[in-house]
Design a protein around this ligand. Structure first.
Ligand SMILES: NC(=O)c1ccc[n+]([C@@H]2O[C@H](COP(=O)([O-])OP(=O)(O)OC[C@H]3O[C@@H](n4cnc5c(N)ncnc54)[C@H](OP(=O)(O)O)[C@@H]3O)[C@@H](O)[C@H]2O)c1
Length: 367
């Protein structure tokens, strides 16, 4: 079991010794490469500045981030810098087609593990939405490298860059995975923002994704406490809803699996879910509302898997759904009262499921 801990560095990075130009900063070839990568998406600086307040969204091409970018562009007053690992990849093309993207969206190449790339995307931004983090579909064979490391180092790099750039507020996407994995929380008690997943419990169960989100969120608040950086976190439950990106992300696979016809029997868990568009709303609300602080759970009403499948059957009767349900002792319910007090609302489950399936049909992934 991997036991090593990666700690957040809560100080400014040491100034580099630039007495030797050869040892200072990235090489010319990497700078030229970076320039080439960025060129195709580079908007004239004046156009971006005229577009309004600059905000950065990390991992812009992902499921949640795509909807956030769309929301920000729709507001008209934001110039959006979206970081992606490969600006030229077809999986990010949907971003360039968004309304307002031509004038107000810049895609910048950045890897969470490369501080310089993250810092240059964030420099000059008033706000940052840190969304990118590995979300594995199954068990990782090397969790430290594939999941925990990028989540932690990525968050450290983003926060350090925000501090250096004097960003007004950073909204970090955490997860209910950082909330509920705690055996000491009283059974049956609704989970709220006071509950944190237990790191040792996550390690014992080898729940590496849970551990990555817990360490990253705790680290973010520790960094905020030491530096005074304004950090707010959003903890969504299972995120469903329509896809914008052509790649099926991990949480969407959960619903897709119900359509495959090869799941005869499923556990009748209580699913806490939230629509991706409502998560985007929550992120923007947490950014714009000056009173927002701390962490916020973002989840709609919970529903049993059997009830969810009944809704799907009613809406789309021709697919082959699971037939048998095994009852399990899982009554985790999350409260989003704190977020609702800020003004957040969420869609009904029927609408989430219908729009999700319609988008799968539009992408042709149910065939
Ligand atoms: N979906 C859910 O049910 C759910 C629930 C709670 C919280 N969350 C959180 O929401 C966030 C987004 O998740 P999602 O569901 O939208 O998943 P997603 O579509 O897989 O998006 C993850 C994003 O992270 C980026 N990323 C991963 N490692 C990176 C690295 N080393 N450098 C740069 N970018 C990196 C990916 O970029 P590439 O495209 O280059 O791989 C991708 O854009 C994550 O923080 C996740 O933990 C998701």
């Amino acid at each position: 079991m991997v036991r090593s801990r990666i700690f957040f560095q809560c100080h400014r990075p040491p100034r580099q010794d630039c007495s030797s130009a050869l040892n200072c900063g990235p090489s010319w070839s990497s700078l030229l490469q970076r320039q080439r990568d960025n060129e195709s998406n580079q908007k004239p600086k004046e156009t971006m500045e005229a577009a309004g307040k600059s905000v950065c969204v990390t991992g812009a091409g992902g499921f949640i981030a795509s909807w956030l970018v769309k929301l920000l562009l729709s507001r008209g007053q934001y110039a959006v810098r979206g970081t992606v690992r490969d600006p030229g990849a077809s999986k990010n093309a949907h971003l360039k087609a968004l309304e307002g993207a031509g004038e107000r969206l810049q895609l910048l190449k950045a890897d969470l593990l490369d501080y310089n790339s993250v810092a240059s995307a964030i420099a000059g931004c008033e706000g940052v939405f840190h969304v990118a983090s590995p979300v594995p579909s199954g068990r990782s064979s090397n969790p430290e490298v594939e999941v925990i490391g990028p989540a932690l180092t990525g968050t450290t790099n983003v926060l350090k860059a925000c501090y250096e750039a004097k960003v007004r507020r950073v909204v970090v996407v955490s997860s209910c995975a950082a909330v509920f994995a705690n055996p000491n929380w009283p059974k049956g008690k609704v989970f709220d923002e006071d509950c944190w997943s237990d790191e040792d419990y996550c390690r014992k169960n080898e729940d590496w994704y849970f551990l990555s989100k817990t360490l990253a969120e705790r680290g973010a608040f520790a960094y905020a406490a030491k530096t005074g950086l304004d950090v707010v976190t959003i903890c969504p439950s299972y995120v469903f809803g329509p896809l914008m990106q052509p790649i099926v992300n991990s949480s969407s696979k959960v619903i897709l699996n119900y359509f495959k016809g090869n799941l005869e029997t499923v556990e009748n868990r209580l699913r806490n879910m939230v629509d991706v568009r409502d998560v985007a709303d929550a992120l923007l609300l947490a950014y714009e509302n000056s009173e927002a602080s701390g962490r916020y759970i973002s989840s709609s009403h919970p529903i049993k898997v059997s009830d969810m499948i009944n809704i799907l059957k009613t809406l789309y009767p021709t697919y082959h759904y699971p037939k048998n349900f095994v009852e399990v002792d899982d009554y985790s319910v999350f409260s989003s009262k704190k977020l609702q007090k800020l003004g957040w609302t969420f869609r009904p489950i029927e609408e989430i499921l219908r729009d999700t399936v319609e988008s799968y049909k539009a992408f042709g992934i149910l065939n």
